[in-house]
Design a protein around this ligand. Sequence first.
Ligand SMILES: Nc1ncnc2c1ncn2[C@@H]1O[C@H](COP(=O)(O)OP(=O)(O)O)[C@@H](O)[C@H]1O
Ligand SMILES: [Mg+2]
Length: 219
Amino acid sequence: MLIKTVALKKEYKIGDNTVKAVNGVDLQVEAGEFISIMGPSGCGKSTLLHLIGGLDKATSGQVYVNDVELSSMNDTALSKFRCCEIGFVFQKFNLINEMTVKENIVTPILISGRKINDEYINGLIEALGLKDRLDHTPLQLSGGQQQRVAIARALANDPALILCDEPTGNLDKKNSEEVISLLDTIHENYKKTIMMVTHDKSIADHADELYVMEDGTIQ
Ligand SMILES: Nc1ncnc2c1ncn2[C@@H]1O[C@H](COP(=O)(O)OP(=O)(O)O)[C@@H](O)[C@H]1O
Ligand SMILES: [Mg+2]
């Protein structure tokens, strides 16, 4: 079991109001699985991914990754986890526009203090069709190309788990299909576990398993 959440909750208190963004999620994902979570805007998809990726802390409940509970990790261990063991792909790409494509891709490796494995990185660049774009900056690329750079960056440290938050949300149909088919390839060729949230059924259908989220819970 790679990921397990137990009665996972995240509440936001705003004045007298409490928003139950994630309201008791019990989810298990096996290593090597590709799952998608589909649900309308505001149902808690991003919050759930942030909790699993250690970007946010739960109000109650647990997240286990490879049997290690995230809340038991100190800040150093949690930073290492975020940098080396997961890759995050965001809807808005979140690339650094002042850096080249190549620099963006290797950033997680440099942050983690590791050495760049040229063979692995060149393979990634090839698989994602970015060979001719390495010296470009993100704003010189199409949305689909920017998301391919973000996927390469997510894979740079060779993490077991890739978390994708609406990876096609900012793309047109053609680019969406290209990005989802690359995620399929990565799942197959790189044997990654992928968790993807989306509100698009045709994108969600690429996964092995599809869960539906509503009002902070998974059906
Ligand atoms: N930082 C925050 N502060 C307050 N409320 C938040 C915050 N983040 C998310 N929420 C609320 O939690 C709910 C779930 O949000 P989110 O996880 O972003 O949903 P989704 O990704 O499915 O659109 C929404 O009602 C949203 O307004
Ligand atoms: Mg969201």
